[in-house]
Each structure stands twice: as structure tokens, then as C-alpha cells.
Design a protein around this ligand. Structure first.
Ligand code: ADP
Ligand code: ZN
Length: 723
């Protein structure tokens, strides 16, 4: 037999199919080791055949077969073609997505334990071999025993002789390393509300591939997802449930565990590699039928998929920032089409892109306007921080927030204090009047660059002088960054000495269950106030929280990105959604220096449609997605001259395209990337806005043309991050 193999080298020069001779029972989808040049490397078997077109003396044999059964599901091969074509990556790079990274290169293996199993006492044992007689009697009684333990008791020699005589046999059994250990089970068997029921029916009846559930926070979306999954499992199909990494909350895990038991497998970065490996094989073998995880779980090794769910679909973690730069939605759609599965997106704040599709009738739109418990959404009170400054309050807390905190704590409730943090980007804000500096060409907020002490636009590269005073009001309270979590915790301690405070940010979350531990403490009411960043924004369900304070809503409002309005709206709605989920009505205090901003107005009224209408009108007028495409061709190299050379080539070629099709370009420029160097690599870019995706393929071609040696050239479509 002959095997067609794709070698595990993601390079365009070996992006073809190689042939090796192989044993008759080798199956398509297996991972193998093959001789390649003077090395032996890993490869994927994408087909086997009886005959070969190559002369026999040219064909070498497969060196080793990795797994007993094929690791890759048949669907991989069709997806590999589509992904490689769509994102212009070698086939090996597409196939790698389907295998957990720790499994590649043989770094993790299945874990086995050996057992000694009793067979018969009808064997000859000499009188002198006391140990053998004892061991056999013992094993006859027990039936079986861990091999190592048995050797420990009676000596390895005795056990081996018994095995040779056929008195016992040694069996290798697979041990499953389970990440579920220690989680409580709390399936309460909920009866669906009429709204949930009709959502379920709508998903069943629609002939549209994609469903978008737009449901306010606490409207019971999770229960709908679980019911969809249960239905598909009952039909003998499988399901993928995607959540942003952070939403793998204790409650979510225990709900899934309670409802689906061992049929659910979890794939996320918090697992040990052994656990990940075993969970993955449980899916591949069909023992588990539900894959739950973050972005990469969209590649779960399932067959016959009935539903793919993307929870919190607006979350930016669904875009891969390393090659292949895929969008989870695109891949999920490919898999849904292949399997004839339903694709379900859900959010309280859908992305503008998705909602636009639903509004156009391309997606089946399901709207849930009420919370399960019938409670109103929490009231959002705006605290104008400009007034606080004028009154001489320079702390991070407005008087309104202090009063509400006091009230919540006195009533024995819990509170969440949310701080808005985004690592790299620094914008300037006047604390006296709320002014922010914007680019005159692009209508986005400028970013402060300390090394040049200037403000820059990340969309066109324009530079502006740094402000010493506010151009609008002359005020001198110019703010670069918000307050840190530590400072907030110490302020809280002095205001409320008796309160127990937990802090959750990148500094305090460590280890694989860092999140879990902190959230568990808070949900067990071992603390009164939880202070945190983006990590606490979404997905959590803490029944005793009645107050949420948002310290600096402005920080994302003025994020230097065309999505900043959308992000702010999403963030406020999500964070507010943590308040008043059970029992008492919740409140939210939103602190801001720009209380009149229209985004905040929509958010305060939970007016998604109003926000959407306004946002789409603006994006249409100024040429941003979904009405246009932002495309960045990145050029990076350790060698600055080589990078500049490639940049010149790319710019010339893109310029040529623009000459032919001026109608397709809204804007185009070449420049240093905002962050000029990362890990010793110089970074340049050609940034453009296109009217649609028609020319994308040509742009991918250009990027491949100039990729050589150490110089990397790659395309980013609507990048989440323009640094
Ligand atoms: P969402 O995901 O829309 O924010 P959740 O799914 O977290 O909402 O549901 C909010 C709360 O309502 C949870 O505590 C959940 O257990 C509860 N819940 C959901 N559906 C039902 C139901 N049919 N009956 C009773 N409680 C429900
Ligand atoms: Zn600009």
C-alpha cells in the first residue's frame, strides 16, 4: 500500500503531497513519521492507495505510525483545502489546527497503567516458589490488581513467571486524566420558559444556517444552548460549544457536567497537557460528544456535528492573532455547512457585523427582551467625574458610588468594581471637560507615544503635538491612563475598613485554576467586593451582587479604534448585567468624564437598536466595517533593510492594483507600525481600507511574493488590534 502524506512543515516549498509505502492497515487520517531528506519528520496521511505513480525504487517506507486509530477526522481534508485557500497558508499549517499543539511532535502521550488479571490456577508451581503460590492465591481472590502494586507485594520475578505460565495476563489500560475532578454537580432540571421554548422552536424550524440570539443579560441563553445540545445528542449527533476563555466559569462547568456527564469534554488552555490530550481523544473516539472550549475548540475532532454554538459571539478572542489568522465564525460556518449543522451565535450585545447580517435577513434573529426572573435590568446611574474634580474630589470614587457601596454593603449584599484596562494603548483625556484628541482624517482617538512624546493616529499614521493643556477648556488635568487596581483596593480599604475585598487582574490570577479560585471565593461569599478588569466583565452569575461600579467608562470609549463605541457599549452592558441577577433589583454606577456621549446614553437605556442604527450610519458614512474592509499587510524582519525592501515591493504592487481598480480603495498608506519593534523584529505595514473583499486574494498573493528568509509578510483582515 502507499500513503499520501503531508509533512508537518509549514513552508510553501514543501506544500505538496509526498508518497511513501506503508502497511496494509494504515488508515487515512493517521499521523506518521517519515524519512524526509536526511531527517525523519512528522506527517499526516491524507490518503492511501494500492498503486503509486512513482517508480518503486524512489519510494521509501513510512518510518513509524503514531496512533492506533487515525487522529484526524475525515472532514479535516476538505476543511484543510478551504482554510489553506482562504487564508493562503500551507496545508500543513491548516492541518495543525486540528491537532492540539502538545500532541504534535510526540510531546504528550496517552497514559497507560498495567493490570494483572487472574486467568487460571491450573499451572505447575514448584514448592520452593512460595511467592508465586501466594501471589496466585491473592490474585484469584481479587480477580485483578494493579501490576506495579502486585510486584511490590510479591516481587517482580514471581509475577513475571506467573505471566509466562499463563496463570495471569497483563493488560495495558488507558487512564483518562479528567479535568472535571472536584467540581460540584448542580443540574436542577429547569423547565424552559415560553420565550426559551419558542427560541428553541425557531432554531429547529428555520432553514437559515446561522441563528443569532440577541438576549439581554440573564435572559437564559445558556439554557437554550444546553437544550439545543441535548436535542442533537438525542439524535445521535455531536455538538461544539464555544465560549470566550474567560467564560469557562465554575458555574458553567458544573452545569455542563451535571447535565451531560462524561459526554462533555473540555478543551482549554487551563488544562494540563495530559488532560487536554485525554479529553481530545475522548472526543475523537466518540466517547464524548460535546466539545466545550475557547476559539481553538472549533477544530474539535468530532464527526456528525449537529450544532455549533458561539456564546458571547462579539468577543474579540474569537479572532486568531497568529497564522492562520482565522475568524472562528468563518471556520464554524465551514464546519456547519459540511455537517449540515446549525450554527448559533448568542450575545446580549451582538457585534455590529453579525447584527447587520441578521437585520438583512441572512441570519435567523431571535430576540429575548426579558430576564428570566422578570426583574428589570439594573438602573444605571451616571456619575459626572468632571463635577467631582471641580468639587475637589481627586479619588477614583464618585460620591454616588460611595453612597451606593455603603448601601449595598450595609444590606449584606456584594458589589463588583470594574476597571477598564487595555494594555498597550494610551489615550489622552481632559478630566476637567472630557475632551479627547482625535485624528482630523480618520475620526478615531489618537494614541500617546512616549518615546517621541507625540500623539499618533493608528489608522493613517498622522502625528500630532502632545498637549500640555486642554485645547477646549484650558484645563491642566490631562490623564493618560486610568487608576490601577491596587490603588482602587487601597482606596476601598480606607473607605470601608470592614469590607472583605478580592482583586482579580493579571497580577493576581496565576496558575491553571487562578480564575476559578477567585471566582469561587467570591461566589461562596468569602468576600464583599470584587475588584477587577475585563476578566470579570462577562458570563458570571453571582446572585448576591446588587451593585456594579464602572470606574472609568471613558477609557474604552476613547480607545483608538473604530470599534471603540461598540466596545464601550458592549462592556457597559455586560458589566451592568452582573448586577441584580436574583432577588433584589440591581444598580450600576457608571463614572465618566463625558456623560453626554451618545454611546453612554444608549447603554444607560439598554437601547441596542438605537446604538446599532447610529453606529451603522456612522460606519457607512466614514467607510468602516461592515461597509468596508480594513486590510493591513504587515512586514516584519530582524533585518531592517530587508523589511524596508519588502515594504517597498508590497507598496508598489498594492499601488499597481489601486491604479487598476481605484474604485476598490478608500485609503492606502505605508508606514512604521505603531509598535515599531517587537522581540527584535522591525515592523512596517501597508494599511488600506477597501470597499469590499474582491481584491483580497491578490493581496494575499502579494504577501506571499515578498515573504522570504527571515522577512515575514502577512495579511490581516479587519485586525482586532492595530499596534
Ligand atoms: P444569560 O446567558 O442569557 O445571561 P443565563 O443563562 O445565565 O442567562 O440565565 C440567567 C439565570 O436564569 C441563571 O441563574 C439560570 O440558571 C436561570 N435560568 C435560566 N433558564 C431558566 C429556567 N427556564 N427556569 C429557571 N431558571 C432559569
Ligand atoms: Zn488618522
Amino acid at each position: 500500500m502507499f500513503a499520501q502524506v503531508i509533512v508537518d512543515v509549514a513552508h510553501s516549498q514543501v506544500d505538496k503531497i509526498f508518497e511513501y509505502s506503508c502497511p496494509d492497515d494504515l488508515k487515512t487520517g493517521s499521523r506518521v513519521k517519515v524519512p524526509f531528506g536526511n531527517r525523519v519528520i512528522d506527517g499526516f496521511v491524507i490518503g492511501v492507495s494500492r498503486t503509486s505513480v512513482f517508480p518503486p525504487e524512489k519510494i521509501k517506507p513510512v518510518a513509524e505510525i503514531y496512533d492506533e486509530s487515525p487522529a484526524l477526522v475525515p472532514e479535516c481534508f476538505s476543511l484543510m483545502e478551504r482554510i489553506s485557500r482562504r487564508y493562503r497558508v500551507p496545508k500543513a499549517a491548516s492541518l495543525r489546527l486540528f491537532i492540539p499543539s502538545e500532541m504534535r511532535l510526540g510531546r504528550v502521550h496517552e497514559s497507560f497503567r498495567r493490570f494483572a488479571v487472574y486467568v487460571t490456577a491450573d499451572v505447575k508451581i514448584s514448592k520452593a516458589a512460595k511467592k508465586q503460590t501466594e501471589a496466585l492465591a491473592y490474585l484469584k481472590e481479587k480477580g485483578e490488581e494493579d501490576f506495579a502494586a502486585l510486584c511490590e507485594k510479591f516481587g517482580r520475578g514471581a509475577i513475571n513467571s506467573l505471566a509466562e505460565k499463563g496463570a495471569l495476563k497483563i493488560e495495558k489500560r488507558k487512564i483518562v486524566r479528567s479535568p472535571f475532578k472536584g467540581l460540584p454537580e448542580d443540574y436542577s432540571g429547569k423547565i424552559l420558559t415560553p420565550a426559551q421554548q419558542s427560541a428553541l422552536e425557531s432554531i429547529e424550524k428555520t432553514d437559515k444556517r446561522v441563528n443569532l440570539i440577541h438576549g439581554v443579560t440573564g435572559s437564559g441563553k445558556t439554557e437554550i444552548y444546553l437544550s439545543v445540545i441535548a436535542r442533537e445528542i438525542a439524535r445521535g449527533r455531536s455538538a461544539i460549544f464555544l465560549v470566550p476563555e474567560i467564560s469557562l466559569t465554575p458555574q458553567m462547568l458544573s452545569q455542563l457536567r451535571a447535565r451531560f456527564g462524561g459526554a462533555a469534554a473540555i478543551l482549554h488552555s487551563g488544562l494540563s497537557s495530559g488532560e487536554r490530550f485525554d479529553e481530545w481523544w475522548r472526543l475523537r473516539s466518540g466517547e464524548a460528544k460535546i466539545a466545550i472550549g475557547a476559539r481553538s475548540a472549533v477544530f474539535a475532532p468530532l464527526e456528525n456535528i449537529g450544532a455549533i454554538i458561539i456564546d458571547e459571539e462579539h468577543d474579540s478572542s474569537y479572532f486568531s492573532e497568529t497564522a492562520p489568522r482565522y475568524s472562528t465564525f468563518d471556520v464554524a460556518l465551514m464546519r456547519a455547512e459540511y455537517n449540515g449543522a446549525k450554527l448559533i451565535l448568542g450575545s446580549a450585545t451582538p457585534s455590529v457585523e453579525s447584527y447587520a447580517q441578521a437585520a438583512d435577513g441572512k441570519f435567523n434573529l431571535i430576540t429575548l427582551e426579558e430576564r428570566i426572573n422578570g426583574k428589570p435590568l439594573p438602573e444605571i446611574i451616571i456619575a459626572d467625574m468632571r463635577k467631582e474634580v471641580r468639587r475637589g474630589n481627586n479619588t477614583a470614587f464618585s460620591s454616588a458610588l460611595r453612597e451606593e457601596l455603603d448601601a449595598a454593603l450595609s444590606a449584606g449584599n456584594q458589589a463588583i468594581i470594574f476597571l477598564n484596562r487595555r494594555g498597550y494603548s494610551r489615550t489622552v483625556l481632559c478630566r476637567d471637560c472630557g475632551y479627547t484628541a482625535k485624528c482630523e482624517n480618520c475620526d478615531v482617538t489618537l494614541t500617546y507615544h512616549s518615546e517621541e512624546n507625540c500623539l499618533k493616529c493608528h489608522y493613517c499614521g498622522a502625528k500630532y503635538r502632545m498637549l500640555s493643556a486642554c485645547p477646549d477648556c484650558g484645563g491642566k488635568h490631562i490623564l493618560y491612563n486610568g487608576t490601577g487596581t491596587q490603588r482602587v483596593v487601597s482606596d476601598l480599604k480606607s473607605m470601608f475598613p470592614a469590607a472583605r475585598i478580592l482583586r482579580m487582574d493579571n497580577d493576581t490570577v496565576t496558575g491553571k485554576d487562578g480564575h476559578y479560585k477567585i471566582l469561587k471565593q467570591f461566589s461562596d461569599r468569602q468576600a464583599d467586593i470584587l475588584v477587577g478588569t475585563q476578566m470579570i466583565a462577562k458570563g458570571h452569575d453571582f446572585p448576591s451582587v446588587t451593585l456594579v461600579g464602572i470606574l472609568d467608562a471613558d477609557m474604552s470609549l476613547h480607545f483608538s479604534d473604530y470599534r471603540s463605541g461598540e466596545r464601550t457599549f458592549q462592556l457597559i452592558t455586560q458589566v451592568a448585567g452582573r448586577s441584580g441577577r436574583a432577588g433584589e433589583a440591581g444598580k450600576v454606577v457608571l463614572q465618566t468624564c463625558s456623560p453626554d456621549d451618545y454611546i453612554l446614553r444608549y447603554a444607560v437605556n439598554y437601547d441596542y437598536k438605537g446604538f446599532f442604527g447610529n453606529e451603522t450610519a456612522m460606519r457607512k458614512a466614514s467607510g468602516y466595517p461592515p461597509y468596508a474592509l480594513i486590510c493591513r499587510i504587515m512586514v516584519t524582519s530582524e533585518d531592517n533593510a530587508a523589511a524596508l525592501e519588502a515594504l517597498k515591493g508590497v507598496y508598489t504592487d498594492v499601488g499597481g492594483l489601486r491604479g487598476q481598480r481605484p474604485d476598490k480603495f478608500i485609503f492606502m498608506n505605508k508606514m512604521h507600525s505603531p509598535v515599531k519593534k517587537i522581540q527584535g523584529r522591525h515592523r512596517y505595514q501597508v494599511l488600506m481600507r477597501l470597499t469590499d473583499g474582491e481584491l483580497l486574494e491578490k493581496l494575499y498573493d502579494i504577501s506571499l511574493k515578498y515573504t522570504s528568509g527571515d522577512t515575514l509578510v502577512y495579511v490581516e483582515e479587519n485586525p482586532v488590534n492595530l499596534s
